[in-house]
Design a protein around this ligand. Sequence first.
Ligand code: GDP
Ligand code: ZN
Length: 466
Amino acid sequence: MPPLAAASNLLLLRLHPPLTFALRRLSISSLSNPTSHPDNNPLRAKTSLLNDSSHLIRSSPLTGPALSTNHQTSLLPNQAIGFVASSQANFMHVIVEKPGPDPQNSNSDGSNLLDPRIGTDLLCVVRDLLKKIKRRVLVGDKVIVGSVDWKDKRGMIEDVFERVTEVIDPPVANVDHLLVFFALDQPKLEPFNLTRFLVEAESTGIPLNLVLNKTELIPEETLFDWKERLQSWGYQPLFCSVDKKVGLSAIGEKLKGKTTVLMGPSGVGKSSLINALRGGQNDADEDIMNKLLEQNSKWFGEQRVGTVSTKSGKGKHTTRHVSLLPLAGGGFLADTPGFNQPSLIKVTKRNLAHTFPEIRRMMQESAPSRCSFNDCLHLGEPGCVVKGDWERYPYYLQLLDEIKVREEFQIRTFGTKREGEFRYKTRSGGIKQAEPKLDRKKHRRISRKRINQSIADDIEDDIFDP
Ligand code: GDP
Ligand code: ZN
């Protein structure tokens, strides 16, 4: 191995643990709405991440405009608006929220809450045209489904509504809540590791709650010490014992009506929590999907190619299966097996400070003086309002160092530190390595004429397809 490659592997081993949990948000709407901020985190509303433009990472990957959220669609009887609950290979599982008019019932326009079609699970494929214009459909997306066969419960996703947020890993749209979940013991609560997860969560700008599990394993004084300590960090943690079924209803309240991603290291009780909150709905989502696939195998025909072979098990898990689990008390929880190590890939030297509630508070309290320099890194620069007398300041410095090393490495290697210009490949041994993204235009030139022609063909098919 050439020396540089060897060195970079080592470096990346330190910087990018094999399992990553990368998140991003797309728009500022939930930040500009103070009511959407977590009640455990009053500082967020005042000192938003918006001050730092580098934080608004990329625009939506949807090419061309998606339907705006207040788009008024008059639906046809074989159409419906729904929510993508899970995906596997080419299939999406859509739950109907608003069906088109029911020809059997002339009063129905889908707005009738008693319409039995609401809540139907439709097994869907994505219309080719959407794939051609690279409009990706993600779990969590609100979509228009067409060609609905209400009897056999299947359809085709025809369009996607604008998304408010997008989490990259797991790929889920419209997440509006993060649950950072740790155990007080077994594994022992480690403040720096907890900080990494909190920084990763905060960097998305998505409201978060912190929950600590396994309360029964520690003495009450230790619990109060942690409570005070975390309050000094700027959090109001919830405590629970999934084993003893203590504190679960308070968590259920926080999740109600929201789409939540659960984050935390392994062994803290995430799967146990999911099972407890699902209240016995233990039917594995994958099984439902496979059952529907079996039932509809004839109709989907060609589409089955490329999906998981259930018989041989070959190719299993080559395509990430992502699902949003409906909770007994309302709301959805993204199941994220194996994603238990934050990568901090989206955190930069400039926006790291905003992910610490303590720094946000100091900046707020000192306003309007703030730090003398706009790009202050709070390392004791003249006129800096962030002092070093708080518990997590050493963690801030340590993470800043780590991010600096990563940014310098990226500049040295690729001449840029912009994350969007890399992709991360997992090499043998689970080592993550950055490499520059190939520019599609340069390396895989598909003639524009060909793309236009194939889109035109599709539109024509649609027009002539009754
Ligand atoms: P995950 O890796 O985060 O999904 O964690 P699991 O749900 O697999 O749980 C890891 C272990 O912790 C299992 O042995 C659980 O039975 C145990 N566990 C979960 N909740 C509690 C709890 O409240 N108290 C105790 N003592 N153990 C728990
Ligand atoms: Zn400063």
